[in-house]
Design a protein around this ligand. Structure first.
Ligand code: NAD
Length: 490
């Protein structure tokens, strides 16, 4: 089925046409939720939230566990649609495997995180007792991007639900096919369907959602993040922003180059580079630069496109067609300014899809977009450094500050060097002697720096506790007047 492009009017189109990343065909459509639908859905979820909170943590865990079983039984349908949305098979499996781990991990931690605190005497006024209570934001909104459509729609929703909030999710309009089977899993668990809602649509639906919720979790680009932050600020609601990155990898002189080149390649091209924590610039100590680049090129050339058989090969298509234009622009800009492409280097068309092989570039510098702007593709520009100070300076010369990778030797001394370098990097997390670990290790809190994000981390214990508002009960338990009263009892 081929549908016309969206109408160029201010009104949202009746049906939103969706492109298939492997065929290039528009073969799916959905009706975006209008403003009334968003507000009605939000109102229904708010009603459901009171009972959800009253269930207590054990009750909420029991329902999420039930859902986990339904999700497991629905894996085939979710897989089919998520694969159609993204065109990649390997990462679709990884994404689906992450969901039970997500639910399981938070269900196991929630009781400890929601423990009531013992009452205590005030430290400044000892006859006043202090009791801390907490209650969730009633309705949390989630707006998610297209690169991991299912995982990033649920990654904040699950801890928010356990905290006792209701959640309204708006997934990306670029990858909407998985929503239908996901909705079916919710219908199979009515107690959850009352507090976890989904509205579909593009930017205007997201903007409506921000008007209807009490806190917003946004994952997406810096450009949209700015709009989300401004809309949330105008309503005085918290915004948890997980935005773009331009993660550096630093290869120190003592690093095991075989390990480093394999890990960094993998950290750069996983999901065809369409990951916020993808390694997008590589700095290598000059004495080992040539050896590293040679290994990187050899290994990059062994990577196969998952075309025509999606089950064979490592690299899927570019999911969103506009991303192909960005990659082309970054490559053209780099070459025009003197970069050399050692392997890969252009967007290929197979079927109707866009594909990009791992592309290693040298003779790059920070005048080039490929070193400064988020590429969101499998581009690996490599640049030498002459001192650790220079390496740190180059790594920090970015408006992004998501995460980073440092490869050093395995000895205590070289690890100490890696730690010292990591300590100077202006990012929220550093993987040492491995690459882009934040995609798999979610139990360490991280605060993105600069334009990469704002608000409490989705990782670590605060990933759940950020959905709770604290309330202090200050109790005069003496039965006597306080000394500062203006008048005593009659
Ligand atoms: P995007 O900003 O274009 O869209 C993200 C979401 O925002 C979509 O659901 C979109 O419909 C919605 N949206 C658009 N305009 C809106 C508005 N005015 N108000 C509210 N919502 C609106 O991002 P994308 O292209 O879908 O995703 C790619 C970006 O996401 C990259 O920059 C990537 O680095 C980032 N990302 C970050 C993380 C992280 O954890 N930091 C994870 C994955 C992706």
């Amino acid at each position: 089925m081929t549908l016309p492009p969206p109408a160029a009017s201010a009104e949202p189109p009746a049906a939103w046409p969706v492109r298939n990343p492997r065929s290039g065909e528009v073969d799916y459509q959905f009706i975006p939720a209008d403003s009334d639908t968003v507000h009605q859905t939000a109102a229904a979820l708010r009603e459901g939230q009171t009972g959800w909170l009253a269930l207590g943590l054990e009750g909420r865990i029991a329902i999420l566990r039930q859902w986990q079983e339904v999700l497991r039984a629905s894996r085939a349908d979710l897989h089919t649609t998520l694969f159609a949305d993204t065109g990649r098979m390997r990462e679709t499996g990884i994404e689906l495997d992450a969901i039970p781990r997500l639910i399981d991990g938070w269900c196991r931690q929630a009781a400890a995180l929601l423990q009531p605190e013992p009452a205590r005497a005030s430290s400044s006024v000892p006859f006043i007792q202090v009791e801390m209570t907490q209650d969730p934001w009633p309705l949390v909104g989630v707006i998610s991007p297209w690169n991991f459509p299912l995982l990033l729609s649920l990654i904040d929703a699950v801890p928010a639900l356990l905290a006792g909030a209701a959640v309204l999710v708006k997934p990306s309009e670029v990858t909407p096919r998985f929503v239908e089977p996901l909705r079916k899993t919710l219908q199979a668990v009515p107690a959850l369907a009352g507090v976890l809602g989904i509205v579909q649509g593009a930017g205007p639906t997201g903007a409506d959602l921000i008007q209807a919720v009490d806190a917003i979790c946004f994952t997406g680009s810096v450009a949209t993040g700015r709009k989300v932050a401004a809309a949330a600020a105008a309503r005085f609601i918290p915004a948890f922003l997980e935005l773009g990155g331009k993660d550096p990898a630093l290869v120190l002189e003592g690093a095991d180059l075989d390990l480093a080149s394999s890990a960094i390649l993998s950290g750069s091209i996983s999901n065809a580079g369409q990951a916020c924590q993808a390694l997008e610039r590589i700095y290598v100590a000059r004495p080992v630069f040539d050896a590293f680049v040679s290994l990187l090129v050899q290994k990059a050339e062994r990577i196969r496109l998952s075309w025509p058989d999606p089950a064979v090969g490592e690299l899927g298509p570019i999911i969103f067609d506009r991303q192909a234009d960005i990659l082309t622009a970054h490559l053209q800009d780099a070459v025009a300014k003197g970069a050399r492409i050692l392997t890969g280097g252009r967007i290929e068309r197979h079927g109707g899809g866009h594909w990009c092989r791992p592309t290693v570039l040298v003779d790059v510098d920070h005048s080039m977009q490929v070193m400064t702007e988020e590429s969101f593709g499998p581009l690996l520009p490599v640049m030498p450094f002459d001192s650790l100070e220079q390496a740190v300076r180059l790594a920090n010369d970015s408006e992004y500050g998501l995460s980073a990778t440092v490869f050093a030797g395995g000895s205590a001394a070289t690890l100490a060097e890696a730690r010292a370098v990591a300590g100077q990097l202006q990012v929220g997390a550093v993987s040492i002697n491995d690459a882009a670990l934040t995609s798999f290790v979610h139990d360490a809190e991280k605060n993105s720096r600069k334009l990469s994000g704002l608000g409490g981390s989705r990782m670590g214990p605060v990933g759940l506790t950020r959905f709770l508002r604290r309330k202090a009960l200050l109790i005069n338990a003496t039965g006597r007047p306080s000394p500062w009263w203006m008048a005593g009892p009659a």
